[in-house]
Ligand binder design. Structure first.
Ligand code: 5GP
Ligand code: ZN
Length: 110
């Protein structure tokens, strides 16, 4: 079972910031900003490359919930990052969106 599936199942501890029947959000263990949490689907999807018509509802649900989760963490301005694949820096092969904020964010790539 992958690392984030273990976190979702509670086999590996995490600091939960939100959970419902479809998604789990928790603080990144190595935050790059005062607020840095990850939002993941409860169904294992490897990466953006694994999204298809039958599971894209998890992705839309994640984006429906991000504003509310961000607000609960005290931020209304934030950056959402997804790394897809190893060249892009994806280290955990379970789809996740980084939500980062709580300070003026630095250099943009684009
Ligand atoms: P990626 O590099 O795949 O886009 O992001 C993976 C993220 O998962 C990294 O920011 C890393 O800090 C975080 N991470 C890795 N292992 C753990 C863990 O065991 N617990 C938590 N909360 N975050 C983790
Ligand atoms: Zn997984």
């Amino acid at each position: 079972m992958c690392l984030f599936c273990e976190i979702i199942n509670g086999n590996i501890p995490s600091t939960k910031v939100f959970e419902d029947e479809m998604i789990y959000a928790f603080k990144d263990i190595n935050p790059v900003a005062p607020v840095h949490f990850l939002v993941v689907p409860k169904e294992h999807i490897d990466s953006v490359n694994g999204i298809h018509a039958e599971n894209s509802k998890y992705v839309s649900h994640i984006f429906e919930k991000i504003p509310e989760i961000a607000k609960s963490q005290g931020i209304e301005s934030y950056r959402i990052i997804n790394n897809c694949g190893s060249d892009a820096g994806q280290t955990v092969m379970h789809l996740h969106f980084h939500v980062i904020g709580g300070t003026e964010l630095g250099e943009k790539i684009l």
